[in-house]
Design a protein around this ligand. Sequence first.
Ligand code: ADP
Ligand code: MG
Length: 771
Amino acid sequence: KAAMEKITHKRSLKMHSEQETWQESEEGQKMLKFRKSLPAYKEKDAILNAISNNQVIIISGETGCGKTTQVPQFILESEIDSVRGGMCNIICTQPRKISAISVSERVATERGEMLGETVGYKVRLEGVRGMDTRLLFCTTGILLRRLLIDKTLKGVTHVIVDEVHERGINEDFLLIVLKDLLPRRPELRLILMSATLDADFFSSYFSGAPLVHIPGFTYPVRTHFLENVLETTGYRLTPHNQLDDYGIEKSWKMNKQAPRKRKSQIASAVEDTIREANFNDYSPQTRESLSCWNPDCINFNLIENLLDYICQNGKPGAVLVFLTGWDDISALKEKLQGHRILGDTSRALLLTCHGSMASSEQRLIFDKAEDGVRKIVLATNIAETSITIDDVVFVIDCGKAKETSYDALNNTPCLLPSWISKVLAKQRRGRAGRVQPGECYHLYPKCVYDAFADYQLPEILRTPLQSLCLQIKSLKLGSISEFLSRALQAPESLAVQNAIEHLKVIGALDGNENLTPLGRYLTMLPMEPKLGKMLLLGSMLHCLDPILTIVAGLSVRDPFLSPLEKKDLAEAAKAQFSHDYSDHLALLRAYQGWKDAERDLNGYEYCWKNFLSAQSMKAIDSLRTEFYLLLKDTGLVDSNSAIYNTWSYDEHLVRAVICYGLYPGVCSVVPNEKSFSLKTMEDGQVLLHSNSVNARNFDIAFPWLVFNEKIKVNSIFLRDSTAVSDSVLLLFGGSIQKGDVDGHLKMRGGYLEFFMSPGLAKMYQSLRKEF
Ligand code: ADP
Ligand code: MG
């Protein structure tokens, strides 16, 4: 130990002197000057004092004031200077992979070092760190994984949990775990960092931990809502010039008597609001325009027009456009590239900023554009708080963000763009006032803003809890419901019970709520258990390739397009892929066709001819790689992928794997005189969504359909489905709990009894044991 300490001490002396040399250099001086200009720098002593006197502290301050880049450095520097001589080990968590990487690079640069010296990062599937790394930026998920093997975080001196205000499910979870750990690790310091001011809430969760607030300053930002945007730019919305996120033209005219589809509370409030609003202060053209505004889609034409307007009339400065995700960002970028000004690289620099961008691409967004070139950044909500682009003067806000929502009563999750809250709208607006007074254009009327909720719901209250429950179990944290009752805001007990029941049904937990071997594998795959199950079985049964496509397909939007005016043609195109009663196999075939066409550089033409979304196809392509790497990371597959694909073309096997993943989403097909009717155990009669290939069949040559999503409108509709046989359901349908089988048997009039021969039952049992 003494020898180790000596080495560490020597190293820290070296770090110390290297830092001094760097700080004396011209570059170093410039950097130090920049750092000192940040509001956080003025609070350096207050922050360090609070940390040395308290086990937990909370730091709040405006986005961009220097929390993420400076606070960890303050700690690092003071530790290197202290008598302990750099014996520290600081971990700073970020909610997203991309910010962990970008921040670590930035901090290393500020210290005049290479990444991997004192500063490093670790995210799933990649990382850079070395012997001397004392400050590690990582995703929240990585720290949770470390807790699996190292319950007390041995050797860690400081844990900094950043962006706690976002209230992500992982962060809320981590806080419960850390709260339990603190009494057992009295020297460990915990620092929470938050952008907004509800910091009191975190303070009371940690029994009155002190707050340090970093006062900030932003320039005023002029706010424009849709009505002003229309008045200023002179742009007219008509029922026909609105494109949805696929770039398909949509018509929409507000109809005062329009029947109400099932919508979230906020979406209905928005519709009610615009139905009742009067825009009497505005010109007749603007009023007519507003009545054509479609709240369900992001209007690319309007954004293009507004960007054109800013380029021609606005003062210098970058534009930040908030969209919902990779798919609409790339679709809009493609559209803008065809524009006279916006697509001209000598006049506009189009950049994107989203969770899955490469880090080389990411560096570009921080660079200033050349004189006369307008920098335009198309971003997701990642640019709200995690990434600060300094030269932004204009913000365009579509008012939406993609978030998972979950309705415990219907037990159905969905990932859809939904309206943001007032706090987030304000946060987006604030991004325009960092360097000088700015302008913010909200692409929705003021009355819609007034109908927004004040805050977003924390993720733990609006998403399915299956993965979280598995994590609680793998960290051996005891009873799931007892543990979750200690969260900042505990989820409803119905939601918790649903999740536990579901995990038992799919065989991830046993009757006593303990992890089964399958459950243990699923905890290693950060995705919905049904997707994880398919990947696991797909690789074991050597048909991973098609399963990767299907799993990726389940994670993106439906690639089969169906434009209103060309519905028949689109349906005919889809019919070519759909001859065997499966939406999943249809997608697989469409993707394989695209892949072949893409090899001959005909990808676009192929999509165009077949009414497929090229965006979705590309998204599937990159997700396939991501899922494969995650699977490799669990050690279940190695780089010899050929072996996992021996049986790729066996359609029956693929069907079986789909069934294994989607169970208990199963309904029975009951033939009647004309065609058939469908029943599930919980809901009775259900219907097929009109987009399903099975909706156009009048007979289904299989007794069961497995499906991945139920939507409740007036009746219950099943989205994508695949037909399966009795034996497949019996062998691959979840865990063989007597109750389920009995239930299904009853539904099929005892027909299945035939299959329960002792031999088959035994085979089934041994198959299950393998997991
Ligand atoms: P906070 O965490 O309080 O939101 P940050 O520490 O992320 O603030 O950022 C502080 C300042 O450092 C901001 O003004 C930002 O523009 C600048 N900055 C952060 N990352 C980079 C980077 N990669 N390149 C250039 N400047 C950056
Ligand atoms: Mg930050």
